[in-house]
Ligand binder design. Structure first.
Ligand SMILES: Nc1nc2c(ncn2[C@@H]2O[C@H](COP(=O)(O)OP(=O)(O)OP(=O)(O)O)[C@@H](O)[C@H]2O)c(=O)[nH]1
Ligand SMILES: [Mg+2]
Length: 233
């Protein structure tokens, strides 16, 4: 994080839409030099990564979302600047597990994802997007295990929550929390989870709160009474 006076910045949710596309690459070694706080967004093919990123950033087509699974086959990097200074990057990773590609291509992507998660120095956190109807599949767990080696935070978005009733959503969330707690000897110790729906605009604030934390930025305006209690801040 490079901003010197985060207290003077507006809440991230009000200006994250200033984020811009930086570059695409098909391999980690082709990416630009390590930059300020990179946050990767990963998930199974068609899980809803691009839609999640569009809602978080309040942009209609920042990241390309489509009805054809597997369309995002590149590592897409987006950068956020404040007064010309880069404060963070969001990295939309290619989806894994797309059934309609060959084993060889799947294996190549798995290797690329592992390389990215294990070696990218400026990676400060991982947002893992999972369809709430079938979360924590074997490939999701593989991602969690690779990233666990870095000992950095992970936030799981249980997306497409609109496909379930309120009650089913609560059950799915509680089940995910139990699973994370059961894994606290490994990836679970760095992992949090929340409900998300791009189509119902659910869960944006919670996701931004994580991102802001990881970038050391304010996520929302301070409560008036908090401001009074801490007049110096
Ligand atoms: N009902 C519902 N549909 C969603 C939601 N998020 C995404 N979708 C749909 O799911 C499909 C895939 O969404 P994307 O955002 O393109 O998913 P992705 O993970 O980026 O896909 P790839 O990059 O191709 O791996 C699209 O048809 C979206 O409209 C959601 O919250 N609710
Ligand atoms: Mg995508």
């Amino acid at each position: 994080m490079t901003a010197s006076a985060p207290g003077l910045m507006p809440p991230l949710k009000d200006w994250i839409q200033n984020i811009n596309f930086l570059t695409s690459a098909s391999k980690t070694i082709e990416l630009p030099a390590d930059g300020p706080g990179e946050i990767a967004i990963a998930g199974r093919s068609n899980a809803g990564k691009s839609s999640a990123m569009n809602l978080i950033c309040n942009r209609r087509r920042l990241a390309f979302s489509s009805k054809t699974p597997g369309r995002t086959q590149l590592i897409n990097v987006f950068t956020l600047r404040h007064h010309e200074q880069e404060v963070g990057r969001l990295v939309d990773l290619p989806g894994y597990g797309y059934a309609a590609v060959s084993q060889a291509i799947k294996a190549r992507w798995q290797r690329e994802l592992a390389t990215f998660l294990e070696t990218r120095a400026s990676l400060v956190g991982l947002i893992l997007v999972m369809d709430i109807r079938h979360p924590f599949g074997p490939l999701d767990r593989q991602m969690l295990q690779w990233f666990d080696l870095r000992n950095r935070p992970i936030h799981v978005l249980l997306t497409k929550a609109d496909k379930l009733t309120r009650n089913e959503q609560s059950i799915a969330l509680a089940k995910a929390r139990r699973l994370i707690a059961a894994e606290k000897a490994s990836w679970g110790r760095n992992c949090s989870v929340s409900l998300f729906s791009a189509s119902q605009r659910l869960g944006r604030d919670e996701a931004i709160e994580k991102i802001a934390q990881w970038w050391h930025l304010p996520s929302a305006a301070p409560e008036p009474n908090v401001a009074k209690k801490n007049p110096a801040r």
